[in-house]
Design a protein around this ligand. Structure first.
Ligand SMILES: CC(C)(COP(=O)(O)OP(=O)(O)OC[C@H]1O[C@@H](n2cnc3c(N)ncnc32)[C@H](O)[C@@H]1OP(=O)(O)O)[C@@H](O)C(=O)NCCC(=O)NCCS
Length: 196
């Protein structure tokens, strides 16, 4: 299963993505915002891809590939709690590609897929208290702050305060109307292997 947006393809991870996975995640500026360890090695990438390359209806791990280029610039996931119809999971973008709107493009596609294709009730996320960029991105697509909890950053090797956020379908639709009205947004879910 593949999601296509204007500039990106979200697809299952492949062993040939190892190098791009390491390039993106072996970076303290990225991993300090995640629960991923630092340094992040080739062996870590192999373990991750071996474990998560086959998606099923409760686990969607996507490599974020630049359309028409064989370059993976990030990763995202939707982990489905089927009992409560809630989706969890995060996002990272390779530091070289930050600030070009890719994160927002993924975050919109991910939410559309969650609500329109998986019929989830809400998405639950969060961000470490110092990660203002993540909050900026989440807020723009309609996320609300619902609480806080303590998490552990392996990269920082310390406890961190995580601000817990949630997105409902109605808040998402309101945000799309308010903040992305002018954008003719491409969103296709493809069943074939066109980009694999
Ligand atoms: C959070 C993240 C995914 C955003 O990705 P991105 O591709 O840079 O996002 P966008 O380009 O869509 O930008 C989102 C917003 O952040 C702003 N932004 C991006 N980089 C910025 C920077 N270096 N300084 C200030 N603002 C920045 C953008 O301007 C945009 O706001 P705007 O729409 O009001 O202009 C990315 O920063 C990342 O991977 N960070 C490390 C891992 C991480 O934090 N993951 C999320 C964990 S909760």
């Amino acid at each position: 299963m593949i999601i296509e947006t204007d500039r990106l393809i979200l697809r299952e991870w492949k062993m040939s993505d190892i190098e791009d996975n390491v390039e993106g995640l072996n970076n303290f500026n990225v991993t300090k915002n995640l629960t991923v360890k630092f340094p992040y090695t080739k062996q870590d990438a192999i373990c991750f891809i071996e474990k998560h390359r086959n998606n099923d209806e409760e686990n969607y791990y996507f490599a974020i590939q630049l359309k028409n280029e064989n370059k993976v610039i990030g990763g995202t996931a939707i982990l489905v709690d089927k009992h409560n119809m809630i989706g969890k999971g995060g996002i990272w973008i390779n530091e070289k590609y930050l600030g070009k709107g890719y994160g927002t493009e993924v975050w919109i596609a991910r939410a559309k897929f969650a609500f329109e294709n998986l019929s989830l009730k809400k998405l639950q996320n969060g961000y470490f208290e110092f990660n203002e960029i993540s909050w900026k991105m989440q807020k723009k697509v309609g996320y609300k702050i619902v609480g806080e909890k303590t998490n552990f950053s392996k990269a920082l090797n310390q406890k961190v305060k995580e601000i817990v956020t949630e997105l409902t379908k109605s808040e998402f639709n309101k945000a799309l109307e308010k903040n992305f009205k002018q954008i003719n947004f491409t969103f296709k879910v493809l069943e074939d292997n066109k980009y694999s």
